[in-house]
Design a protein around this ligand. Structure first.
Ligand SMILES: [Zn+2]
Length: 232
């Protein structure tokens, strides 16, 4: 059908993952677009481990960003936007030891064997998460996460948690390539706390409050840039 094209069909078109909204359209409280405001909409899920999300500044005002939702969905979750913090305490606001924190990393295939999550301390696999009090997620694309790593070398003192993205994606029903920040956190908490309900709540909230509004915004953008052709 002439004039029709799919999202992402042209290299110079932005993808839904990169779609941004103007800061003037952000809700002053939750930071999300006013048409997809989260205020008073999200029921918090209880969990044991504290969650801190370090958000790369370029992630703010993206339709698909899930950090603001995570801050409301997880009962103990702080989101900090920036590029560097002088130490762990400055980043997390808590005086816990580095060994009490673990940073989430998404490894390639087979990184965790047949396990959904693998906790490591100084590179060595540790079989349980005993002593762990909090998890840290880096919010940004691959390159932005890499930047956060090298700008915050104190992260290396923390434990790491590798997620098995194949298993994760089957549960969360997202693309195989990876997980959103909120899904990675939900997946991790669900497994470490043996509470599958956390992941179910995460997937449902992510779909309702981020994916569906983002897709709707993308369709509007598509219709606008398609000019007089319009939707078929
Ligand atoms: Zn709001």
């Amino acid at each position: 059908m002439p004039g029709r094209r799919r999202p992402g069909a042209r290299a110079d078109q932005p993808s839904v993952a990169k779609l941004k909204f103007p800061p003037s359209e952000a809700c002053p409280d939750c930071g999300r677009p006013k048409v997809a405001c989260l205020c008073g909409q999200v029921v918090a899920v209880p969990h044991r481990l504290a969650v801190v999300i370090l958000e790369h500044p370029q992630e703010t005002h993206k339709w698909m960003n899930s950090a603001a939702l995570a801050a409301r969905l997880f009962a103990d979750c702080a989101v900090r936007v920036g590029l560097s913090w002088r130490n762990l305490e400055a980043a997390t606001g808590r005086t816990w030891k580095p060994s009490e924190w673990a940073v989430l990393v998404l490894k390639g295939e087979g990184g965790t064997g047949d396990r959904p999550v693998a906790v490591r301390a100084r590179g060595e696999r540790v079989d349980d998460a005993a002593g762990l009090r909090g998890i840290i997620a880096l919010d940004g694309n691959w390159q932005q996460a890499k930047t956060l790593w090298w700008r915050n070398p104190w992260l290396l003192k923390c434990r790491t948690i590798e997620l098995n993205p194949v298993l994760a994606s089957q549960r969360a029903q997202v693309k195989k390539a990876g997980l959103s920040t909120i899904e990675a956190v939900g997946f991790c908490l669900a497994h470490l706390e043996n509470a599958p309900g956390i992941l179910d709540a995460t997937s449902a909230a992510y779909r309702k409050f981020v994916v569906e509004p983002a897709r709707a915004a993308w369709k509007k953008e598509e219709a606008r840039t398609a000019g007089p052709v319009g939707p078929a």
